[in-house]
Design a protein around this ligand. Structure first.
Ligand code: SF4
Length: 199
């Protein structure tokens, strides 16, 4: 239900269990490098905001994650940015989390970047190794995803991944997010996964 308060401590396990690959990738890059570049922070911050992570908890989460820098540097360079995403600075706009369409088409990632959609922006080799590493998908399971991606049907690949990783919870092939919808927004993916686990 919408009443659950999400805390900084919950982010890691929620992301690893329920987030789509784009956000899981950002989370893991952040864990590994203790840093994310601008567009990656933007994509992840707005996703976490829409998940229901309150600003106080978001600041705790990001401060902890950027563990290689001083409080002073964090406050000067990142705090404003995170609060800005929550509509608390500058023009105080309530920025929505990015949809798949926006992630797929806007602000294309360069080689140093981690934002974007893995189905579109990873090489086939990297995509395949991420699918094995994070989701233990067999070669057969992967080949369906990889062939959809090859035809440019990125959201089909992502939807199939949801079906495969939620099959134990009763989601069948062709059922999409369990309700016939295919993936069009990272937050909808997350919400459907979380609600399936809590049923
Ligand atoms: Fe994320 Fe959408 Fe790509 Fe899935 S299709 S990984 S939800 S951007």
């Amino acid at each position: 239900d919408g009443e659950t308060v999400i805390t900084a401590d919950m982010v890691d396990s929620l992301i690893k269990r329920h987030a789509p690959m784009c956000m899981r990738n950002l989370h893991e890059q952040l864990e590994e490098k203790h840093h994310l570049r601008h567009y990656a922070r933007l994509q992840y911050n707005l996703f976490l905001k829409e998940l229901g992570l309150p600003i106080e908890e978001a600041l705790i989460f990001w401060r902890r994650s950027f563990s290689g820098i001083t409080d002073d540097k964090f406050n000067k360079e990142y705090r404003y940015n995170i609060r800005h995403g929550y509509g608390l600075e500058g023009r105080r706009l309530n920025y929505p989390a990015k949809s798949c369409a926006r992630i797929l088409t806007q602000d294309q990632p360069g080689p140093q970047d981690n934002h974007g959609c893995p189905f579109r922006h990873f090489s086939p080799q990297n995509l395949s190794s991420a699918l094995s590493r994070h989701y233990s998908l067999s070669v057969n399971e992967q080949s369906e995803i990889l062939s959809a991606v090859k035809q440019g049907h990125y959201h089909v690949g992502c939807t199939r991944l949801f079906e495969l990783t939620h099959s134990k919870l009763g989601v069948k092939k062709g059922e999409g997010l369990g309700n016939g919808e295919s993936v069009s927004h990272p937050n909808r993916y997350f919400e459907r996964s979380w609600s399936k686990f809590r049923q």
